[in-house]
Structure formats: C-alpha cells, structure tokens
Design a protein around this ligand. Structure first.
Ligand code: GAR
Length: 188
C-alpha cells in the first residue's frame, strides 16, 4: 500500500477526484491525510465526508517548525500531492521529501507560472495573451514556484471567443482526466 497526503487551500475538486479514484483498496493507494492552510476551505468538508483525517496548518508552525514533516513521516507518506495549495512549500519539507512532492498547475509551464499565478488569474492571463492552447502541467516541487522538473503536460485548444471561465472549464476537465492517473503512475 502506498500512502499519499493532499495539500489544498480551496474547494478541493481535485482532492475529491483523487479520493474517488483511489477509494477502492484494490487501487493500492490510500489518501491518508489532507492538509490545508485555510480553516474555511471546502476541501476540509470533503475530507470529513470521506473519513480522511485532516490537518490545518498555521503559518508559524508550517514555516518555523518541523511539525508538518514529522506528521507526514509518522503517517508513512510516500507522495505529497499539491492540489490547489496556495502557500509555498518550506525548504525543510522539500528536503525531508526529495522528489516526493508534486504539484498541478493549470497552464503549460514555463508559461503562466510563478507567484500570483493561481486559479482564475492564470486563465485570465492566458486569454489576454491570445494563446491558442493551454493545458495542465504536473511537476515536481522545488524551492521556486512552478519551476520543478516536469512530469507530464496535457493540452486543450482555445478558441478566440473563449472567456477565462470557458478556459477554466476545459482545464478542470483535463485535471479530472489526468491527475489521478499521473499519481498512480508515479507510485508504481
Ligand atoms: C486547480 O485548477 C489547480 O490546478 C490550481 O488550483 C485549482 C484548485 O482547484 N492550482 C494552481 O493554480 C497552482 N498555482 P480545486 O481546489 O477545485 O482542486
């Protein structure tokens, strides 16, 4: 059995999709822990409904102690999955879990990445730049935002008339289709 922890700050539709994908014990993967920086995040309701333990982290503990890493190690976490997690991952966590932290970004990195490039901001920037394509990037996490080694990318076409909301829908579909499988492949 492989154990994963999901870090999420918001709605958690990706977290939900991952939970559903690995629900059966035959999958060989268990979502052991959900971590959020946001006590109001809907992902915490999703964790509760699924019977998965969750942990809310505050800024001071997250950045100035090794508590989070210790909890993750105590849970025998094999892979940390960032699914809409807004905070930068502290160096101590990256060092404790080398090549074991991945992120999903809702654009084709290295374009439209970096600080502030989150959720709808990304899709607005893509539409403003009149891109013909966008997509998702699944990548390892290092000390710099959105700059870790790429694992896979999946693309979608963008029509001239597409609004940021339409692009968001296309990206959401790609995330639903490909993210859990990418996690499964990495663990196997
Ligand atoms: C997802 O689209 C994810 O790619 C994006 O946040 C959304 C979270 O949605 N992540 C980033 O923008 C990271 N820079 P969710 O909470 O419904 O899964």
């Amino acid at each position: 059995m492989k154990n994963i922890a999901i870090f999420a700050s918001g709605d958690g539709s990706n977290a939900q999709n991952i939970i559903d994908f690995f629900k059966s014990s035959y999958s060989g993967v268990e979502v052991r822990l959900i971590i959020s920086n946001n006590p109001m995040a809907n992902v915490l309701n999703r964790a509760k409904k699924a019977g998965i333990p969750s942990l809310i982290v505050d800024r001071n503990t997250f950045y100035n102690s090794s508590q989070t890493a210790e909890r993750l190690m105590a849970e025998n976490i094999d892979l940390i999955v960032l699914a809409g997690f807004l905070w930068k991952v502290p160096e101590n966590l990256i060092k404790s879990f080398p090549d074991k932290i991945i992120n999903i970004h809702p654009a084709l990195l290295p374009k439209f990445g970096g600080k502030g490039m989150f959720g709808m901001n990304v899709h607005k920037a893509v539409v403003e730049a009149k891109e013909k394509q966008s997509g998702i990037s699944i990548h390892f996490v290092n000390e710099d935002y959105d700059e870790g080694r790429l694992i896979s990318q999946h693309t979608c076409e963008i029509a001239e008339s597409d609004t940021p909301e339409i692009v968001a829908g296309k990206i959401h579909q790609l995330e639903m289709d490909y993210f859990p499988k990418a996690i499964f492949d990495l663990l196997n």
